[in-house]
Design a protein around this ligand. Structure first.
Ligand code: 5GP
Length: 207
């Protein structure tokens, strides 16, 4: 019997888009066991290089509404005029199996998850190293037009203003460093007493 069975948790990673969050999340998934990335549903257009079912489930407004009415979302929000949602099925059964789930969502979604499962959420906010760097990164997204770019910059500033609602804040100066910092958070959170479900049995055997 596995005396050390633990409950997984939701590792929320928020940041303004362009702070390097997607790259960081992918590295964490590649380098660490027992952690998955939740694939969200969105109504926004697919960008070049994105794959349906891998980066997002790209759905129409109507399809999104049906899923919302069927209560399929753990949280959902409107970001930049498009709907985004985290599927319950991507999260709940996994944390019960001891798998941690990274969700890359905005502050609105974070608040909703915090309300539903306050003991199973760890919130990390990633800041870009400077506004100039953020502009560079957002400007480099070829599929975004100028108007969209300016809108994203203004949304980025709004997103940044919510950093105080998070448990941990990381400044992404250097990707490897940011990844290592998230790993430390992850490994520490895995050791929380209340996540280690069979500790009492283990301790009884020590008597
Ligand atoms: P992008 O369209 O650039 O991939 O993401 C735009 C913003 O939407 C990012 O801040 C991202 O964190 C947020 N986002 C992505 N998926 C979800 C989701 O399922 N729920 C919420 N609330 N926000 C999301």
């Amino acid at each position: 019997m596995n005396n050390n069975f633990r409950r997984g948790f939701v590792l929320v990673i928020s940041s303004p888009s362009g702070a390097g969050k997607t790259t960081i999340c992918k590295k964490i998934i590649e380098e660490i066991d027992s952690i998955d990335l939740s694939v969200s549903v969105t109504t926004r257009q697919k960008r070049k290089n994105e794959i349906d079912g891998k980066d997002y489930f790209f759905r129409s407004d109507k399809e999104f509404r049906i899923m919302e009415n069927n209560k399929e979302f753990l949280e959902n929000a409107n970001v930049f005029g498009f709907s985004y949602g985290t599927l319950k099925r991507e999260v709940i059964s996994k944390i019960e199996k001891g798998i941690d789930i990274i969700v890359d969502i905005d502050w609105q979604g974070t608040r909703q998850i915090q309300k539903h499962i306050p003991n199973d959420i760890v919130k990390v906010f990633i800041l870009p190293p400077s506004i100039k760097e953020l502009e560079n990164r957002l400007g480099k997204r070829a599929s975004e037009d100028k108007k969209n770019f300016l809108k994203r910059m203004s949304e980025a500033r709004k997103e940044i203003s919510h950093y105080t609602e998070y448990d941990f804040v990381i400044i992404n100066n250097e990707i490897e460093k940011a990844v290592n910092q998230i790993k430390s958070i992850l490994f520490s959170e895995r050791l929380r007493r209340y996540r280690q479900l069979n500790l009492n049995i283990f301790v009884d055997n020590l008597k």
